[in-house]
Write a protein that binds this ligand. Structure first.
Ligand SMILES: [Fe+2]
Length: 215
């Protein structure tokens, strides 16, 4: 456990929104996220688990910030993915996650990155990405980021059998789709993202799938 002052998620979001008046940098939001401990009780409306896939649970969204919990059953993991050129902060709330960072080493359609508003059209069938590092993200430990220099990673619940995990994710700007990588076939494609719940309410089942693992 750390010595950070406790804060409910509503107050946390109020403080986060104060950054909207100025230039938002990775480090300024990182300092804020690292200075407080969000209470578990304030997150209970946004804590939902599913046996098949990890869940994305929207807490707040405007033009600048998107805040959600991601809830992980043992062994659940994401595909290797990008962040649409946006910034992401991840606060490990409970349990232990693994993070594998990757570096893009080339593909047969690099020109597809020349697009406005998203990071890449994707669609390469010969993508090369290499592991840069693997780290653990433990509750109460450091806040992790994905940024414009390190934008490709995979997240997973380190516990294979027993322990659930909850993490809080902040994106600026919000991300509706990203590039995902099929590591076996070495191809990449754009994937639409969806929520398991929004503002505490379970989202309709017919919404498109989230960023689900594909291997
Ligand atoms: Fe991510």
């Amino acid at each position: 456990m750390n010595n950070r002052p406790l804060m409910g998620i509503d107050s946390f979001i109020d403080r986060l929104r104060s950054f909207e008046a100025g230039i938002i940098t990775r480090d300024s939001v990182l300092d804020f996220c690292s200075s407080v401990q969000i209470t578990d009780s304030s997150l209970s409306p946004y804590t939902h688990f599913d046996d098949k896939f990890y869940t994305r649970n929207l807490i707040f969204r405007d033009d600048i910030f998107e805040v959600m919990t991601i809830c992980w059953q043992p062994g659940q993991k994401t595909a290797v993915h990008t962040h649409n050129g946006q910034l992401c902060w991840m606060i490990p709330q409970s349990g232990n996650l693994g993070v594998v960072d990757y570096k893009w080493m080339g593909c047969d359609h690099p020109e597809n990155q020349n697009v406005v508003g998203i990071d890449c059209l994707a669609g390469s069938e010969h993508t090369k990405v290499e592991v840069v590092r693997e780290v653990e993200a433990c509750a109460g430990g450091p806040v992790l980021t994905a940024d414009k220099l390190q934008t490709i990673h995979r997240l997973y619940n380190l516990s294979e059998k027993s322990e659930r995990a909850v993490s809080i994710h902040i994106y600026s700007r919000p991300i509706d789709s990203c590039v995902a990588f099929d590591m076996e076939k070495r191809l990449c494609y754009r994937r639409q993202l969806a929520y398991f719940s929004k503002y505490g309410e379970i989202a309709p089942k017919d919404e498109p799938a989230g960023l689900r693992v594909i291997q």
